[in-house]
Design a protein around this ligand. Structure first.
Ligand SMILES: C[S@@+](CC[C@H](N)C(=O)[O-])C[C@H]1O[C@@H](n2cnc3c(N)ncnc32)[C@H](O)[C@@H]1O
Ligand code: SF4
Length: 381
């Protein structure tokens, strides 16, 4: 059996652009024609590169893929089935905005089997401050609609918002858990460079929690989710059972292979020890993407082969996000490299992580500084 392969399809349009978001997004009213056909052609181009494999997952991300016509989502799913075929347990996920809740059942009929809903908050004032195009009543109705149409549902929440207290967050998270949704993604608000929030923060007009306060939000999240049977299996992701964990995201965290189609989609294929790991990125602007596919048969604008050191750094960064930790044996098998032994011993002595045989796991306080600590563990030669 070949190793699992994931497929990511980026749908870059949104009804409006949220002031905190730095994803590759464009207003729906500026939609470039021909994007679905370009994605279908890009998939054919990628099939020639991967050869025959089975898909463990297909994920429609964005942007707001719930703005796609369900028939277009069905066409992508059919093409993926024809080109590669799905494993029996494959996850076919789609990110949805609450505003499109009337169409959720149509996506189920199109072949999607997991929906993740951008709830973000259950507080009307907070949703307005986040620039969302829905209120808390719509977010609740969307979650109910998703849970009626799908067994496998996730909700996204954003905490550590301006003016939010830890007590507010505890109550809001508890209310969200009361939906009984099998999976939750909880993100702390990040002020990303180049966003409207970054401009506001630069003027001193955005007052988000500092690092210490953000740590309290993280601790509240762990405590409440664990008490309610939805423990973290990754820094920002919580599931009520192993079966409810995201198959697609696990492929990223475990360093598997995936193809990214659609504007700005990223791909990773292969391993240094097996002849090299390809890192490809598709053209970001929708019009450029459509033109690149027409010209070359794929949407790729930039393709390199990672060095063993680059690949190891990525695998360490991603693997350590999992509660189960990084598998050093898999890292060595893929790259011929290991974590930096000196840094590992020091970080273990300081209580940031535990190293047990080939498993390295962050402690709860290590998880708060995950990216910084992962960089310290990356090998230098
Ligand atoms: C592509 S969106 C999900 C689908 C849909 N576009 C929506 O917003 O409802 C991915 C998720 O990333 C999270 N996110 C995006 N930017 C963020 C930021 N700056 N800080 C924290 N979370 C963020 C949000 O929770 C969002 O739901
Ligand atoms: S958070 Fe979602 S809806 Fe808002 S701009 Fe980003 S991708 Fe679009």
């Amino acid at each position: 059996m070949s190793a699992p392969l994931g497929l990511y399809v980026h749908w870059p349009y949104c009804g409006r652009i949220c002031p905190y978001c730095d994803f590759n997004v464009y207003l729906k009213r500026l939609e470039a024609p021909g994007l679905t056909q370009a994605i279908l052609d890009d998939l054919s181009g990628w099939r020639a590169v991967t050869g025959p494999r089975r898909l463990a997952s297909l994920h429609f991300g964005g942007g707001t893929p719930s703005l796609m016509a369900p028939a277009d989502a069905a066409a992508v799913i059919e093409a993926a089935e024809r080109l590669w075929g799905f494993e029996a347990s494959a996850e076919i996920g789609l990110e949805a905005n609450p505003a499109e809740r009337d169409r959720y059942a149509d996506f189920r009929a199109a072949g999607v089997n997991r929906l993740s809903i951008g709830v973000q908050s259950l507080d009307d004032a907070a949703l307005r401050a986040l620039g969302r195009d829905h209120d808390a009543t719509a977010a609740r109705a969307a979650t109910a609609a998703a849970q009626a149409a799908f067994d496998n549902v996730s909700i996204d929440l954003i905490c550590a918002r301006e003016h939010q207290t830890a007590a507010d967050w505890r109550a809001e998270l508890q209310a969200a858990l009361d939906f009984g949704t099998p999976h939750l993604s909880v993100y702390q608000l990040t002020v990303e460079p180049g966003t409207a929030f970054a401009a506001r923060a630069a003027r001193g007009a955005l007052d988000t929690p500092d690092e210490d306060a953000a740590a309290v939000f993280y601790e509240v999240t762990q405590e409440v989710c664990e008490a309610q049977g939805a423990p973290a299996y990754e820094i920002s992701n919580h599931a009520r059972s192993a079966a409810a964990q995201s198959v697609h995201n696990r492929l990223y965290w475990e360093g598997a292979d995936w193809i990214g189609a659609g504007p700005g989609g990223h791909s990773r294929l292969g391993a240094h020890a097996a002849g090299g790991r390809i890192a490809a990125a598709a053209a970001r602007r929708p019009q450029n993407y459509v033109e690149t596919v027409a010209r070359t048969g794929r949407g790729v604008a930039d393709e390199t082969v990672l060095t063993a050191i680059e690949e190891a750094a990525e695998r360490i960064l991603m693997g350590l996000r999992l509660t189960g930790g990084l598998d050093r044996a898999a890292l060595r098998a893929a790259t011929g490299l290991d974590v930096d032994g000196t840094a590992l011993a020091r970080l273990a002595a300081e209580g940031w992580l535990t190293a047990n045989g080939d498993r390295v796991r962050f402690s709860p306080r290590g998880r708060l500084l995950a990216d910084r600590l992962a960089a310290e563990l990356a090998p230098e030669t």
